[in-house]
Write a protein that binds this ligand. Sequence first.
Ligand code: NDP
Length: 497
Amino acid sequence: MVKVKVDTLELNMYIDGQWTKSSNGGMRSVINPATGEEIAQAPEGTVEDAKKAIQAAREAFDTGVWSEVPAIERAAFLLKVADKIDERAEELARLETIDNGKPLREAEGDIADAAACFRYYAGIVTKPDGETYHVTDPMQAMVVREPVGVCGLIVPWNFPLLMSVWKLAPALAAGNTVVFKPSEVTPITPTKLFEIFEEVGLPKGVANMVMGAGDVVGDAITESPDVDMISFTGGTKTGKHIMKKAADTMKKVSLELGGKSPNIIFADADFEVAVDFALFGIYCGSGQVCSAGSRILVEESIYDRFVDRFVERAKQIKVGAGLAEGTEMGPLVSQQHLEKVLSYIEIGKEEGARVICGGNRITANGYDKGYFVEPTAFVDVNQNMRIVQEEIFGPVAVIQKFSTEEEAIQLANGTKYGLAGAVFSNDGAKALRIIKKLRSGITWINSYHPTYNEAPWGGYKESGIGRSLGTHGFDEFQEIKQININLQVEPVQWFEK
Ligand code: NDP
């Protein structure tokens, strides 16, 4: 156990270019999930704080201080942000690890991806984006893209900086102003990003950050008639709530929600590669990844061999504090989440499924105050069990058996979710055939997890609406306007004089 003593950070919100406390002085502890120790105090924002932030964003949008800045200058700003993230990469990665719990190597990857995302959108913003249509003479039709306006951006705790950047980079690139809310559990690196915005001179009011409970601050943002759009990443239950609330003011919504993704392994796959990716698919990020391969479907003829090898390797995973040397899997993010994951393990046992590895909290080696859970897997499951249908969002896999392609597809698509999925096979035609049948937005063949700024990210069914990243993710933050131009300026003569 590595002892990492850090001074408690005192965080502030960022509203209209000012670092501010909560209007009622409320604060909340931010906890290191590896040690249970307080690492920061964050303001407990109020409805009044949210309203101030919305007002600042509204004014900044309506006066054009950002939307009317030439695209090339907005791009230059985004590039400076990316450079500053790179300069502070070591500090940001350490803070991400002590706040979220993820191993340092994962945090380092997230920080590098965050910088790359700003660079990607800096590149896009200056590229041609209009359309013209040859319509009936003497008319000429064209289409232009415009910012949506004030965007409410709400993110979860599993990738505190990266999820923030997936929204902030395209929203700002497109010329919007924003009211951003990090998860209360992990507000540290988002705060550092706002320090960077200030440092590179983003005009005041363009990017505002409020903290506070989702059902206070989040609701205030969602309900406000001055907010034009909500882009939310989080649980499906919260997503549904937001969609309903946003309907009253007819806001545009973009929702990246939960998943229960299938990882389908055929007997003709490279066996060791498939086992390796199956472990990575579920245990990377301690399973707290929306696209985690939490349902492993294995062809009958290799099922027993697969399970044996999977368990052998899962038991070797080094679980520990994210900053400890050699850690491969960190703790869960919070006490509350630990309890949720442990309760699902109990539900699985009560449903009659069999734990073949893990299943317990880890308290040895000084980890008794942290939120560690063993890499866990269940067999003897059926499709109706809650552990097969519901998102656990922890290091808990179910390993199912199938005998035909049809059965694999039926099991794979047999939940309300449709976020991600993978197929392992050395038969390329079969792999593609199956992938095309998956009702999921993010898929892999002979791989699991890699994602790219260039490619759209999002789900089918109850896994969400809309896409992040790529040009599709940029489109989410833009309105589309048609402009019809008369090239022969004469009266229409519809009515007689
Ligand atoms: P939640 O839905 O609980 O919270 C996400 C964010 O929404 C938090 O900032 C939370 O605030 C806020 N929130 C809560 N209630 C409201 C409300 N009434 N109005 C507005 N905002 C609200 O999810 P978790 O933080 O627990 O994150 C885990 C979930 O996120 C998983 O289901 C996972 O699958 C999903 N996810 C999806 C991704 C994707 O790309 N599809 C990526 C990453 C995660 P508070 O600070 O109070 O919690």
